[in-house]
Design a protein around this ligand. Sequence first.
Ligand code: NAI
Ligand code: ENO
Length: 311
Amino acid sequence: MSEPLFEKIALVGIGLIGSSLARVIGREGLARHVSIATRSPETLARAEELKLGDSYTASAAEAVRDADLVIVSVPVGSSGAVAAEIAPALKAGAIVTDVGSTKGSVIAQMAPHMPANVHFIPGHPLAGTEKSGPDAGFADLFENRWCIFTPLPGTDPQALEKLSEFWRRCGSNIDTMDPEHHDMVLAIVSHLPHIIAYNIVGTADDLEAVTKSEVIKYSASGFRDFTRLAASDPTMWRDVCLHNKDAILEMLARFSEDLASLQRAIRWGDGDKLFDMFTRTRAVRRSIIDAGQEIDAPDFGRQAIEHPAKT
Ligand SMILES: NC(=O)C1=CN([C@@H]2O[C@H](COP(=O)(O)OP(=O)(O)OC[C@H]3O[C@@H](n4cnc5c(N)ncnc54)[C@H](O)[C@@H]3O)[C@@H](O)[C@H]2O)C=CC1
Ligand SMILES: O=C(O)C(=O)Cc1ccc(O)cc1
């Protein structure tokens, strides 16, 4: 095991992502001390039972005291409150980062609270599952996944490199982009698929009153795939929808237009149009496989991130 990268890492929020970080930090020996803070006493007690860190507190401010790296892993709607709470306790020179699924809103909420003598570097690991809470995490979650940074202008290159090295040692590949671009790309490759899944499962659930248990009894694998996404954490996804509103609405508008065109082709029996479109979409999956990407693991849209101009 190599030298720890940091003396003390503070994890604020210890759900799926925070606890996966705790596990990989422990496995790779990335810190001498890991302090854990989370709001709910039950979650904190569970984190301690699971021995995820070295110290445990309900106070985020207490956890970040003397920390060289602070990772905020809470639903995006809570990031402003956490930033306000930790700001007075941050050590000079500390790196503060987050893992939120939206970036523009997290920056708007957190940056105003950050003291000038800390390095605030927003981040987003493109790795996750539909599960939540400290039991759901695992050390391999970030292996071979992307971690995207959306650094603010003037970010210290050494701090960025140190944080990049941290994520590389967690198994991730690093990319950087501006927050607006991140939010637009993630709206189509991650946020819309979840919204569509919530919607289709909701529609089926409404129908179930009519069809009794047929929706469950005959659910084919296509529908089952949607139910996995639609089982994702309601608080997290409510916050994503509210905090990436503009990009999601833009993508939903395009999606609805395309859906209407598909609907029209079905109504008018335009088989050529259906065939052409289904052929085009089949090629998208082929190109993901050809790019050597694991397709059956929970993953989404690396292709779109690598080639954001392709629509
Ligand atoms: N679940 C996923 O697949 C992925 C999630 N993310 C992002 O990671 C962040 C965390 O998500 P998960 O770990 O999945 O959620 P989770 O629900 O498993 O865990 C959230 C944690 O935050 C704590 N928390 C909530 N509000 C808090 C507050 N004000 N102060 C302190 N702790 C607070 C909760 O007690 C819990 O420990 C979110 O911003 C999400 O957008 C990013 C990549 C993947
Ligand atoms: O479970 C899945 O398929 C996911 O897509 C997980 C996920 C959810 C949100 C993110 O910001 C990143 C990854």
